[in-house]
Design a binder for this molecule. Structure first.
Ligand SMILES: [Zn+2]
Length: 169
């Protein structure tokens, strides 16, 4: 269930970007059983990491703290509606519920006066379309190669995994 104190925390984290060089004003917290288990602020420029969005950072933080890769049952509070990369990360991690403050449209209005150089370098709509498209439908050129070798490793890994599971009984 939504709690204002958690959203307030996500927004407070986003506010840190006003003072911290190399960060952007996107803050996020992960909540499990009524307690914060992960926090994140966009550090893309500071960490030279284009994937360092608030949501991704908070998911990494929660998974490390909980020593798991499954955040099912967790809620995610973010200061701004997540981009497609973050939605995909949330799906991979199994996040159960999303609460967001600014919408994508509101963020677009806020960033509208920035020049191209100043602008957040993500075209969120292009990202959403590309992330949802099959490989042959994306604008990015893609080519398949050496699939036989790659698939052989997948098959070997599955065999070893099954053998290990069987050995454990
Ligand atoms: Zn994102």
């Amino acid at each position: 269930m939504y709690r204002e104190d958690f959203m307030r925390r996500a927004i407070d984290i986003s506010r840190e970007a006003l003072e911290k060089p190399g960060t952007e004003p996107f803050g996020c917290v992960i909540v499990k059983d009524g307690a914060i288990v992960g926090e994140g602020l966009n550090h893309s420029l500071a960490h030279f990491d284009p994937t360092s969005h608030g949501e991704v950072e908070a998911i990494r933080d929660a998974c490390r703290r909980l020593e798991c890769v499954d955040l099912s049952g967790c809620e995610l509070y973010t200061s701004c509606e997540p981009c497609a990369m973050c939605v995909a990360t949330m799906e991979v991690a199994g996040i159960s519920t999303l609460y967001y403050a600014a919408s994508m449209g509101q963020a677009g209005v806020a960033f509208a006066t920035l020049t191209r150089a100043e602008r957040h370098p993500i075209d969120v709509e292009a990202l959403r379309v590309a992330a949802g498209a099959p490989v042959e439908a994306r604008a990015m050129p893609s080519q398949q190669a050496m699939d036989t070798e790659a698939v052989a490793i997948l098959d070997s890994w599955v065999k070893a995994r099954k053998a290990a599971t069987a050995a454990r009984g």
